[in-house]
Write a protein that binds this ligand. Structure first.
Ligand code: SRM
Ligand code: SF4
Length: 595
């Protein structure tokens, strides 16, 4: 049944040409028959409600397919334990051990000590006993049972956090530099991340109605109010696909800004942001079998002053909303619209939607990237300590009491918290007197300090993959530590231990740990086989090239060692590993390695 929506219709991908672009505001058009099934599900969902509330009441252990799609917009994914799946299949049982993954949105990774502790408690009480810091400065819980979902959602709300806008076809967690330096530019960038995050949140009441409405009154009373239903930016079918925004500084690209749909590079003069180079159309995900898909870095769109940046960002989102591909979800990210149209046509549309001509980007290159680890002077008399969390997993296991250490540290010192884009955590606002306490706690629990890792490990990152990710082809989070152990032995043997080589691994080609612009990218292609990419830049400004395909897991380090040897012998002084590989190219490296 066609419904009246006050939103914006999907116009398909190629309906308007330059010069005839109409701002399709407040038009309500149902999805076309050739649009993907997800478009129909969103359209019929009455602004993200669908049948979720009813299914929640049913005594089942999982949701229907349609609800699964909608639940993403509430910040969660239905998964099953794939280790258990294998076991069950072995016993001839075709059922699945269903569970939910929940992602809390944390703009710029900024949390309070209470929120961090509360999230850890939640993972213990109702999750799988771990907490996962993500590659976008957010927090994930795995292993939540359907019957506990509402309780978890309400507890997250009590922590004054939310999962809304963390997943789904909307703007996701907005990233920015987590460095808590007390200079105006850092505060300005965090304020913009907070603002964009709020501004682009879905406005539907569905989140409130389904998860929070029946919360107890009193101290914990829900503060959300029931406003009339209106989705002024997204309309009834939301965006064609996920949309990601990050803000970097030209002098610090620790957030890997160019891999985002909307990449804002802050330009600073006299410690204040004077504007942003706005770049568009970055994205990592690709499907090797589908040759029209690719990883891409964002392209220059325009310069925006601090007053203009929100309006221009909105125009970018609106153009993607109205012209992004809604037929094929594998071709629906902004990067495809931009490459299909060309940047000039896209620029014209953004200018038209914004209502003013755009100014060219400024010639201020990205010059550095900070890993945000170790002791950092906040320049206000206080200190911050960035602790390397290997692959973002906070867990207690025999020989690693990481969760207990963090719990003691955060409850005793009450630092404010920042999460980094490398899945690590920073304890901020520490007094000089608290510095030795941090060190003492880490030593007592046997936690390796960031300074004790080789630089390459500080920059390494793996996606979650097995056993929770339904898309993983092979291991990543559980495989990378062992690979890094071997890799470090080789680095040391070759006298390269001081090299901060960025290694990123994923369990499938979707690229959740951003492997395609890393110096070394290891991408799961088949069971225990990986594609090796080389030649990305440590600044995140260049894509890597495919070096070798279908490399068995146990051959990764031997393959890389051959390349390291060539690097050790032929690099020019100060040349980063990625730059060296890029200089030689795939064929040059293969020849030099005698492959
Ligand atoms: Fe991701 C899908 C985990 C960052 C590209 N990603 C998934 C799902 C939800 C699997 C699914 O759809 O069923 C994974 C859940 C695994 C699990 O068990 O937790 C998942 N992605 C992650 C996280 C947790 C990886 C991590 O180890 O940190 C990251 C959560 C970030 C966050 O807090 O929001 C995560 N994902 C990324 C990034 C990196 C980034 O955004 O900076 C990318 C590449 C950039 C990009 O978007 O292009 C990324 N994830 C994808 C894609 C490919 C999208 C595409 O355009 O093709 C998928 C698959 C999809 O959307 O269909 C995906
Ligand atoms: Fe899952 Fe693939 Fe993302 Fe890894 S890269 S978390 S395997 S979707």
């Amino acid at each position: 049944m066609a419904m009246e929506h006050d939103g914006v219709a999907s116009q398909g991908s190629n309906q308007n040409s330059v010069g005839t672009a109409q701002k399709a505001e407040h038009v309500s058009v149902p999805p076309r028959p050739d649009h993907s099934k997800v478009e129909q599900i969103k359209w019929e969902s009455r602004f993200l409600r669908g049948n979720i509330a009813n299914e929640l009441l049913e005594p089942t252990d999982h949701f229907s397919e349609d609800s699964m799609q909608l639940l993403k917009h509430h910040g969660m994914y239905q998964q099953d334990d794939r280790d258990a799946r294998a076991e069950l299949r072995g016993q001839g049982d075709k059922s699945k051990a269903y569970m939910m993954m929940l992602r809390t949105r944390v703009p710029g990774g900024k949390m309070t000590a209470e929120q961090f502790l509360g999230e850890m408690d939640l993972g213990d009480a109702l999750g799988n006993g771990t907490m996962r810091l993500t590659s976008r400065q957010a927090v994930q819980h795995h292993g939540i049972l359907k019957e506990n979902l509402k309780t978890v959602m309400q507890r997250i709300h009590e922590l004054r956090l939310s999962t809304l806008g963390a997943c789904g076809d909307v703007n996701r967690n907005v990233m920015c530099s987590p460095l808590p330096i007390n200079r105006p530019c850092y505060h300005q960038v965090q304020a913009l991340a907070d603002h964009l995050s709020d501004y682009f949140l879905p406005q539907s009441n569905a989140y409130f109605e389904i998860w929070l409405k029946d919360m107890q009154t009193g101290e914990q009373e829900c503060t959300l109010t029931m406003e009339p239903e209106h989705e002024p930016i997204y309309g009834a079918v939301y965006l064609p696909r996920k949309f990601k925004t990050a803000i970097a500084f030209s002098f610090d690209n620790g957030v890997d800004v160019l891999t985002n749909d909307l990449a804002l590079v802050a330009i600073v003069e006299n410690d204040s942001v004077v504007g942003y180079n706005v770049m568009v159309g970055g994205g990592m995900g690709m499907t090797p079998a589908k040759k029209t898909t690719f990883a891409a870095l964002a392209l220059p769109l325009c310069f925006a002053t601090p007053e203009e940046v929100v309006g221009i960002s909105r125009a970018v989102i609106e153009v993607q909303r109205d012209f992004g591909n809604r037929e094929d979800r594998k071709h629906a990210r902004l990067k495809y619209l931009i490459r299909d149209w060309g940047i000039e046509k896209f620029r014209e549309h953004v200018a038209q939607y914004w209502g003013r001509p755009l100014t060219p980007t400024r010639d201020v290159p990205i010059s550095d990237a900070h890993d945000a680890l170790g002791w950092i002077d906040q320049e206000d008399g206080r200190w911050c300590y960035g602790l390397n969390i290997e692959n973002g997993r906070i867990v207690d296991r025999p020989g690693l009491q990481l969760k207990s250490a963090l719990r003691e540290l955060v409850s005793r010192l009450k630092p404010s918290i920042r999460l980094t884009a490398q899945q690590s955590v920073m304890f901020c606002d520490l007094t000089p007197e608290q510095k030795p306490v941090v060190e003492e706690i880490l030593v007592r629990y046997g936690i390796k300090r960031s300074e004790d890792y080789l630089p390459t490990r500080r920059w390494s990152m793996a996606c979650v993959a097995w056993p929770t990710c339904g898309l993983s082809i092979t291991e990543s989070e559980r495989a990378l530590p062992g690979i890094m152990d071997q890799f470090e032995v080789q680095l040391q043997a070759l006298g390269l231990a001081d090299q901060p080589i960025h290694v990123r691994m994923t369990g499938c080609p979707n690229g959740c740990a951003r492997p395609y612009n890393a110096e070394i990218g290891l991408v799961g292609k088949a069971k225990e086989k990986y594609t090796v990419y080389l030649g990305g830049s440590h600044l995140g400004t260049r894509l890597a090239f495919l070096y070798k395909d279908m490399v068995p897991a146990d051959q990764i380090v031997p393959e890389l060692t051959s390349v390291l040897r060539v690097y050790q012998q032929h690099r020019v002084q100060g040349e980063h590993f990625g730059d060296f590989c890029n200089r030689l190219g795939s064929a040059g490296l293969q020849a030099a390695c005698g492959a």
